[in-house]
Design a binder for this molecule. Structure first.
Ligand code: GDP
Length: 298
């Protein structure tokens, strides 16, 4: 994961090793190299700019004292700035004081939403919760069945419109699922919504209507990390069209560059809550900015 970026940053920072005091020119040269590495990783330009400005300012102002030599100090600063753009603290899922907690998933078709619904359900099950999945993607043939299959694998119930009742209204299904959750004592409701291949007004409106109807505790924007900087444009469209409280990065296992992961938090202002890194239900974890930064810096 992010091997090129990781290699580049490690070698740039290694070049500083064994040096005494760093001149402004040394810091500028290092910052330039880091800038190139981030741009090659497909990190969004405004994010790169802020990152580099912060690193330069802090590195130039750093006191050369204490236990760290100048090179180590720059490594520490780069690490802290990486943790910062990745979101700082690990952000936990927001659970409702009075169950059920409602979590709505939104994102493009193919982003990995259905898979994620199963992963999240399984994750919550292992933590002692009693989640239920809700199929609100009623347009795409097979979407309901796919969610049911994922639900079965995860060992949870899927709430869906009864077959034979026509296409059904996703807002109505979402609303009724909350009643069902209360009746059958499911403490978390995971609502899967329709996605299209591209950003689409009708899809946004439907997701916004579902959000309005069920007032979720979390709206998670699910995004394929492999699309790089396009993730940023898509995230902005979902932020403006539906709004979301957190991000889930999927397919990190196939993301060689890291641009989406490093840009999405800073651009949208919303934290990354989870990372998905494979097709299996267990390829999933909470997102820890500090661990991710340490992995990138090798
Ligand atoms: P949806 O259209 O958003 O519901 O997307 P799906 O959940 O159906 O996923 C689309 C494809 O991506 C499927 O083939 C999944 O197996 C695959 N997929 C989902 N998450 C991951 C992941 O984290 N890593 C990899 N490698 N594949 C994934």
């Amino acid at each position: 994961m992010f091997d090129t970026l990781s290699d580049r940053l490690t070698s740039v920072l290694q070049n500083l090793r064994g040096r005494g005091r760093l001149s402004e020119a040394d810091i500028d040269a290092t910052a330039r190299e880091i800038r190139i590495a981030l741009l090659e990783a497909d990190v969004a330009l405004p994010v790169v700019r802020t990152f580099i400005a912060n690193v330069k300012e802090r590195a130039k102002g750093a006191e050369v004292s204490g236990a760290l030599n100048p090179a180590q100090q720059v490594v520490k600063i780069v690490n802290e700035e990486l943790v910062g753009i990745l979101g700082g603290e690990t952000r936990r899922l927001n659970l409702a004081k009075t169950p059920p907690t409602v979590i709505m998933l939104a994102g493009l078709q193919g982003s990995g939403k259905t898979t994620l619904a199963g992963k999240l359900a399984r994750h919550l099950l292992t933590q002692g919760h009693t989640p239920i999945l809700v199929a609100c993607d009623l347009q795409r043939p097979n979407a309901v069945t796919q969610l049911q299959v994922v639900g079965e694998r995860a060992g949870v119930t899927t709430f869906a419109p009864e077959p034979g009742n026509g296409v059904g209204d996703p807002v109505d299904v979402a609303r009724r699922s909350i009643e069902e959750a209360k009746r059958a004592q499911h403490d978390v409701v995971i609502v899967d919504t329709a996605g299209r291949l591209g950003v689409d007004e009708e899809m946004m409106r439907q997701a916004a209507d579902i959000r309005e109807a069920v007032q979720p505790d979390e709206v998670l924007f699910v995004v394929d990390a492999m699309i790089g900087q396009d993730a940023v444009t898509t995230a902005e469209a979902f932020r403006d069209g539906v709004g979301f409280t957190g991000v889930v990065l999927t397919k990190l296992d196939g993301d060689a560059r890291g641009g989406a992961a490093l840009s999405v938090r800073e651009v949208t202002g919303q934290p990354i809550l989870f990372a998905s890194n494979g097709e299996k239900l267990e390829d999933f974890d909470a997102f820890h900015p500090d661990r991710m930064a340490s992995r990138i810096l090798g």
